[in-house]
Design a protein around this ligand. Sequence first.
Ligand SMILES: [Zn+2]
Length: 852
Amino acid sequence: MKKKIIITGGLGYIGTELCKLYSGVSWHHDIKVIDNRFISERVNQLRNWNMEFIQGDILNKDLVKKYCSDADVVHHLAGVTKVPRTKTEASKEQDEKIKEVGVKGTQNVLDAINKKCKIIFPSTHVVYEGINEVRTDIKEDDVTKPVLSYSSSKALNEDQLKKSGKNYIILRLGSVYGYSTDSMRIDIMPNLFSKIASQNGTLKLFAGGRQIKSLVPLIDVARCFKFMEEKNEITSEIFNLTKDTLSVKEVAQVCKKHNPQITLKETNDEVPNLGFSLSNKKLLNTGFEFLYNLDQNIKEMIEKWSKQTIKNDLEYVKDGENLFKDERGTISNHELTEPINLIGLIDSKKGTIRANHYHPQQEQKCLFTKGQIIEIFQDIINPNSPKITQVVNAGQLSVIKPNVAHTMVFTKDTTFLNLVRGERDHENYGITHTIKHVFVDEKEKNLLLENYKFDCRSCGNFNLKRVVSLGYQPLANNLLNKKEEKCELYPLEVNYCDKCHNCQLSVSVNPKKMFSTYLYTSSTSKIFREHFVEAAKKHSKELKLNKKKSYIIDIGSNDGVALKPFLDLGFKKVLGIEPAKNLAKLANKNKIKTFNGFLEKKNLKKIKKNADLILASNVFAHSDKLKEMAECMLSLLSKKGTIIIEVQYLMNTLKDLTFDNIYHEHYNYWSLTSLINFFNQFDAKIYKSERVDTHGGSIRVYIKKDKKVKIDASVKKMLQEEDSFGIKKYETYKKFGEKVYEMRKNVLLNIKKLKSQNKKIIGFGAPAKATTALNFFGIKDEIDFVVEDNKLKHKKFIPGVKIPIKSKSEIKNKDNILLVLAWNFYESIKENNSNLSNKFVNIKNLETNNLK
Ligand SMILES: [Zn+2]
């Protein structure tokens, strides 16, 4: 049967929820909403739901008559809701207003409706507020005892309805709580507590929170109104509509359960009334069921009002949540930050490019259903912001903040949904929606397609998370011969695999571009020479090597720096493997036998097998084809032989914020945890580990082919250290990234301070880390030139920032600031070069916010 249903006060707290419920049947009934407010978004929503909105006051007798006279049902919700809760809050004016709207308005409705019409009316449990002793089971026909104007008015309304001779339903509501888009209604205790809880505040419990309250969830209240409309057999009745009776303290404890950070503070003052509650037996006997509870509602309110859920990132990519899996497949969910009114379905072919624009006001939200992209983005409000890349896979939602330029490079045939609040304006770039901003061209697109690394080099996982982006950077060791020489820029950023805890770069540059000629000769450094002398003594003793028989291979042997000490000790059989032609030549010239080439399968037959010791120092980070390299090492190793790997230690990088260890030659960043996960894939086992202090902190691990080799206690100890540091938590890596950006800010401020002293700033040392740091900080003209001990680097330029490298003799007087870029040698540089400057500054000190 089609009904004419009127909802007065339909824009209010309960009315809003009731209209939502009726939106399911509004095409079958004639529904009109009367409210004296006009909220355009909500009115528009009502019209879209096929409900008529009438702005008007129920004190207007003619208007009420016009719409109510032929109604079948009136949900009479209109009334003054801003009411005083205590005597001291009350004012005469307010009291009169409450009474006028309450009594006159209700009388207008009662006068207007016909005999058959059902009027459903909300009264309140507060009509019993005058009861002095604690009562927990007040029934519908118990005598009311109102005190304040609100309850007195409601008690009068109850009498009006009962005496009207019309078909009425009175619902005496408990304290109605719950999240609503109408308002927070923080005058209601569970709502107020949830709001305080969402802000990590303190809940004050007067009288120890012993007062009891009859509570009822908002949605169940709205459901009960609709229930009463549908049940024709229920006529002229009064019901208590309450669900739970809880003490204030119990409500506070529910809040604490959902946010343990809040504080509960009890006071011992006496309250005049410890409360009362209404019995809901009569209502439950009608067949009405409550579907919601306090726990869920408080959780929802805390979550929706909590600050913690706001993401500050310029861009983020997330997987679906609340997965539901069964034999048919999977459902995953994405919660959005704002309402969406338009969805673009976009298909893109592999190898193409889209966007190159930004949105001045809207977030860009794209849900990928098929394929994969590389997303490139850059904050355009802060002009020095680095360009950042990110992979987005099918199933993921990508959100980019307004005023962040973005571009998509499609690495597969891809389909995605563009979720828009507003409009999509793709032909004529709009003024408020989409502004063209070309910052990725075809050439860069191709470079990304060629070099991007999508899967974890260690375990193959495709879902990698960004640790830090240092922007687009040149290859750190490829110094320029001429200032204007062009060089390629690649993204320099570290991603994290949360399956095997491996960290690797987002791109893998062709190793031939970096290692074919190599200007870094390890033997130049006294510290390295000494390190390898010590290592040779230690290894030959601990592994009981035989000077005549033992065969030692060094991978990435450079100029032979690690093998020379073995020769000096009297070992006969050593072999270096080195891809850089110039270095291999140099080593062979110095009688250190060296094979020129990469350690890869096609070269294996050219290399003698059965090594007793294979060294791989500062090379295990340098391989794109990691598995191939490991397999080659294992096939060169004798059955009882040992592999010793030395590699920069990720724990030091993360702890000491030595982000400048990151450059394109270092494809991988290792912890013991990730190294073990890597070698567990082979017939090999890490059985011992220790720290060494080269390169600002390295790790040395020992490997045997024997899976059952006895594991040294050092392994367990180091793994525990890593675990408690948080090496298996993405949060640890993300914080590192944030701190690195904080450092960048400090450096830019501090270099300005140094510059204000009106002295030349001269750099000392041009190691790869200097290229990374200077390019990330964006320091160019601030440094006049850089001096270097390594002659091979003289007359060249640091790529990207184009700072010239000169010999020390170019420094003519000591009136300068010598900024030490090779910071790991700061003390020895300062000691050995006191003739060059009166003032030495370590670049590391510029990274703090309290430079002296
Ligand atoms: Zn992995």
